[in-house]
Design a protein around this ligand. Structure first.
Ligand SMILES: Cc1ncc(COP(=O)(O)O)c(N)n1
Length: 553
């Protein structure tokens, strides 16, 4: 049976050059695998250098289009973009209001498009108050950029200075008073550093939470070094929701690019898809900002001015970026980003958090360390298999060295157990839990069936993840007073092991090997897909391993 598809609607202007408006929205809908429908409010003759002419659509024809779509298709998410004038804004608001009243509300994302990046008026000034009065109360979310936010705030005589991150936090709270359920203020035109993020405080007793999804993997020291320069120049989008005391920040590195035409359209269209799919707003914002960033990052130059984004970057997910000094680990980054949520659930699992604070139940840790001991045998065997499948001495030696390294890692397990009165015999005779057998058997099975690179991918989630866990714990312990200092933490030795130089060097070597292989022999789409599948499976199995330790199953 064919799976159902989420249908979404854009109500916006047409951009003849294809980079913004209706055209950007429909491409974004397709990238999210949603079914896209569209209602045109205005035709624009424009290209990447500017807007040459605008021809508004009569309001009754806008209404007719909306009704044609809504009468027939079960629309799950709606976005509005360029509305052109007051009459069209009124027509859109009243038609949607009526629809919501008789059919229930669906997520409505209002991108308050006022002026194009090239400086052309896309919403006649008198329509701003119509939009605020009539459309904002229906909106689950509005997504102004700095300039639009200033216009909206000025229209209501509210403070409209936006030059710092702190100003943005004040602005989102003021924008919320204009009637929407939430505001996502886009930060493309505000310069923010990582220190600004760390030191910012929210006005009115609200708290601030930073979504670092974009930087997952940043705790890995090697990735960190490559990103050091980035920390000074970030773009931060700020989300504020009614009745929610936490303001969310979504930082990412600023891209130096001329491919930015239609960025706002793309972001709001992505949000309509994610919300239409039932994804909670804070997660939808993470997905949409990341989608838009990748669209800019992977865009090819088009036209003489500010070109469009690459909306279909996910369709070319098999194309690996080349290794460069600024991006030395493109494959690893791609693997981690493509499993972002799962990866975070693994490396920042409750088990890990409690380990860091020293609050983890001893029984959970003992259960874990016993099972991990068994797992390490599989892990060492998988590397031994890698050695036996290798063709040259350098590779045979590298894999064999890791076998030796794992066997000394297991000594740590034995000494931990001894410290708590568990004998070597008891450790050896403890039965394997299903999670251990599943993961271990999967490693060996992949090693037997696939080639050496696929086996390396299978081993990577454990190698890199524990490296990340070690460094993350060390960093958290350093930066936060609420974390028990490492002194006195019963799991200190474990944490020192994985954050220590020895293990981190192994991580570095592992990263180098994987990246060098991928660069020397770029994968075909199906081969890359195979790698992706084993990587995701292993990240899932790793998360299951912590789950097992906490459930004692
Ligand atoms: C039809 C239409 N809608 C929206 C925009 C804003 O996009 P940008 O801010 O990138 O110019 C645009 N230029 N044209």
């Amino acid at each position: 049976m064919v799976r159902g598809v989420t249908a979404v609607l854009t109500i916006a202007g047409s951009d003849s050059s294809g980079g913004a408006g209706i055209q950007a929205d429909l491409k974004t809908f397709s990238a999210f695998q949603c079914y896209g429908t569209s209602v045109v409010t205005a035709l624009t003759a424009q290209n990447t250098t500017g807007v040459q002419a605008i021809h508004g659509v009569p309001p009754d024809f806008v209404v007719q289009q909306i009704q044609s779509v809504l009468d027939d298709i079960d629309i799950r998410g709606i976005k509005t973009g360029m509305l052109f004038d007051s009459a069209n804004t009124k027509a859109v608001a009243s038609t949607l209001k009526e629809h919501f009243e008789s059919n229930g509300r669906v997520p409505l994302v209002c991108d308050p498009v006022c002026v194009s990046t090239s400086g052309h008026v896309l919403l006649q000034p008198e329509a701003i108050s119509t939009m605020v009065d009539e459309l904002f109360p229906l909106a689950q979310l509005i997504t102004p950029n700095k300039q639009e936010a200033k216009l909206l705030l000025k229209a209501r005589s509210l403070r409209s200075d936006i030059t710092s991150l702190h100003d943005m936090l004040v602005a989102v709270q003021n924008l919320l008073t204009l009637g929407p359920e939430a505001v996502l203020l886009k930060g493309g035109h505000v310069n923010v550093s990582i220190d600004d993020i760390k030191s910012v405080t929210a006005p009115d007793g609200a708290s601030v939470e930073v979504n670092y999804d974009f930087f997952l993997g940043e705790n890995m020291e090697v990735l960190q070094t490559a990103k050091a320069s980035v920390a000074e120049d970030l773009v931060v989008d700020v989300l504020c929701q009614r009745d929610v005391k936490t303001i969310m920040l979504y930082p990412r590195p600023r891209l130096q690019s001329r491919s930015t035409h239609g960025t706002g359209c793309t972001l709001s269209a992505a949000l309509a898809c994610a919300l239409g799919n039932g994804i909670p707003l804070t997660e939808a914002a993470a997905q949409a900002t990341s989608f838009t960033h990748l669209g800019i990052e992977t865009a090819a130059p088009i036209g003489k001015g500010f070109g469009p984004l690459n909306h279909l970057h996910s369709a070319s997910r098999f194309v690996l970026q080349p290794r460069t000094p600024g991006n030395p680990y493109p494959l690893t980054q791609k693997l981690i980003r493509s499993t972002a949520r799962l990866w975070k659930e693994y490396v920042q699992h409750d088990f890990v958090v409690q380990l860091g604070t020293g609050t983890l139940k001893r029984s959970s840790f003992i259960h874990f360390i016993k099972q991990d001991y068994h797992y390490l045998k599989y892990y060492a065997r998988a590397y031994a298999l890698l050695a036996s499948k290798s063709h040259d001495f350098a590779s045979i030696l590298a894999a064999s060295k890791i076998v030796l390294h794992i066997s000394s890692e297991s000594a740590m397990h034995t000494s931990f157990c001894a410290q708590w009165g568990i004998t070597a015999e008891e450790l050896e005779t403890t039965p394997e839990s299903p999670a251990t057998t599943a993961y271990g058997a999967f490693l060996i099975d992949t090693g037997l069936q696939g080639d050496t690179t696929k086996l390396l991918m299978t081993l990577a989630a454990c190698l890199l993840g524990y490296g990340e866990v070690g460094l993350w714990l060390k960093r958290e312990a350093k930066k936060s007073n609420s974390w028990v200092t490492w002194e006195g933490n019963p799991y200190l030795k474990w944490m020192e092991g994985y954050s220590g130089e020895d293990y981190q060097n192994a991580v570095k070597l592992g990263l180098e090997t994987i990246e060098a292989r991928a660069a020397a022999d770029p994968p075909s789409p199906s081969r890359y897909d195979e790698w992706m599948i084993v990587w995701e499976k292993c990240v899932r199995l790793e998360r299951g391993f912590w789950d097992m330790a906490m459930d004692l199953s």
